[in-house]
Write a protein that binds this ligand. Structure first.
Ligand code: CAA
Length: 396
């Protein structure tokens, strides 16, 4: 067993950290206050080569392994959750799912523009009445000649107003298939597509979230990913990738909380000594260090399983569950360390507190992961080998 990161991993960490320092941190408080997202950030990510992480060179990607994607997510979320969300939906939910399920012709058609950042990909599963109960989606696709006609609505869609294309999960009308679901790539410039932003979020206020609508939207059959009936499995596979990026990003919130507290606890003097010398403050800070170290091990393990072609649905659920709770706990404790200053956006920890709460809901709530882990432990749930796997690393 080798726990060492490679020199390439260290370089990727350094450049993602520099990007977060230079391009995210300086503007995030104002954007967050104004509930505004900045589309220029997406362009800058593309220029920095961040949109092609973990995509093979033959499709124009950076040809880096899956652990690299986790490291970039961790560092971007150290800057702000809104920046990591871009990687989660574009690289995790969208690109990795195409790598796992799309035909060679489809990969060649879509991945180069996605890898360069010329196009942004997003994901559409959740609906107003189908969140945790994903199987209950109502958006429907009806075959019509060599196309499908889509009608329905998706909600809580990250990058709803900016993505160029969406991996959309639908039910199929009039099918005899046992699992009547399908997955399509929907181009936003198709007649019948519209989107609108969601306002008033508790956190991730510098990120774009919205609703997307399909009104008699015609998708060519060649945009279907997999076969009729594969849609739900594709959705669940996408979540294996999305949850990985969320789990890695959560470590970034823990690290950011820790950094803020170490700095504050060394500067803030009570009586004759810095508050870092107080054991109750040390206890809060030690707990953040614990969350960071456990969190890294959990997501590195999943990255290694992706590299080596192993199914990791249980492990990624565990990493997402544990890390997101640890991030919320760390951010909560960071507010505590900062006292009244933690209650103000003069310091970043109140933002970490609000942002970290969201990750305990999206990509599987605290309750869903608890139930799923209980079922695995009891032997009621087991991961069978899959017909379609991610390409292993090194890529062909
Ligand atoms: N990969 C491939 N196939 C998978 C799979 C995976 N990870 N997980 C399950 N499957 C397959 C199973 O093998 C099974 O196939 P068979 O019938 O051939 O055996 C089929 O899919 C059904 O699987 P389950 O029996 O596990 O399905 P379930 O109904 O028990 O799942 C659940 C229940 C796990 C709770 C699931 O509904 C779930 O994860 N819900 C949470 C959904 C979620 O996280 N939503 C948030 C999305 S985020 C979002 O949408 C916002 C955004 O855009 C960013």
């Amino acid at each position: 067993m080798d726990f060492a990161l490679t020199q390439e991993h260290e370089l990727i960490r350094e450049s993602a950290r520099q990007f977060a320092e230079k391009e995210i941190k300086p503007t995030v408080r104002d954007l967050d206050r104004a509930h505004e997202s900045d589309p220029a950030t997406l362009k800058k990510m593309g220029e920095a080569g961040l949109m092609g992480i973990s995509i093979p060179a033959k499709y124009g990607g950076s040809d880096t392994d899956y652990i690299s994607l986790g490291i970039v997510c961790e560092e971007l979320e150290w800057g702000d959750t809104s920046a990591r969300v871009v990687m989660s939906v574009h690289s995790g939910l969208h690109c990795l799912t195409l790598m796992q399920w799309a035909s060679e012709e489809q990969k060649q058609r879509w991945l180069p523009d996605l890898a360069s950042g010329a196009k942004i990909g997003a994901f559409g599963l959740t609906e107003p009445n189908a969140g945790s109960d994903a199987i209950n989606i109502k958006t429907v696709a009806k075959k019509d000649g060599d196309s499908y006609i889509l009608n329905g609505q998706k909600t809580w869609i990250s990058l709803a107003d900016y993505a160029d294309q969406f991996l959309v999960i639908t039910k199929l009308a009039e099918t005899g298939a046992k699992a009547p679901y399908a997955a399509f790539i929907v181009d936003r410039n198709t007649e019948g597509f519209s989107s609108r932003p969601l306002k008033g979020k508790l956190g991730v206020r510098a990120g774009n979230t919205g609703e997307i609508f399909f009104n008699n939207l015609r998708v060519p059959a060649e945009n279907m990913i997999g076969q009729e009936g594969d849609g739900f499995k594709i959705a669940m596979s996408a979540l294996d990738h999305g949850r990985y990026t969320v789990a890695a990003g959560a470590v970034g919130i823990i690290t950011a909380s820790l950094d803020a507290c170490v700095s504050y606890a060394n500067d803030r003097v009570v009586g004759t000594e810095a508050i870092g010398k107080k054991q109750l403050v040390q206890q809060l800070i030690a707990s953040m260090a614990k969350g960071r170290d456990i969190g890294r091990l959990l997501y590195y393990q999943v990255g290694w399983m992706k590299n080596t072609g192993q199914r990791h649905t249980r492990e990624v659920s565990m990493a997402k569950w544990v890390n997101c709770e640890a991030a919320f706990d760390a951010a909560h404790k960071a507010v505590e360390v900062h006292g009244a200053y933690g209650f103000s956006d003069e310091f970043p920890v109140e933002r970490y507190f609000r942002n970290s709460r969201g990750a305990m809901i999206y990509e599987g709530t605290h309750e869903i992961h608890t139930i799923v882990q209980g079922e695995y432990a009891l032997g009621y749930r087991a991961d069978k080998p899959l017909a379609n796997m991610l390409p292993t690393y090194p890529f062909d």
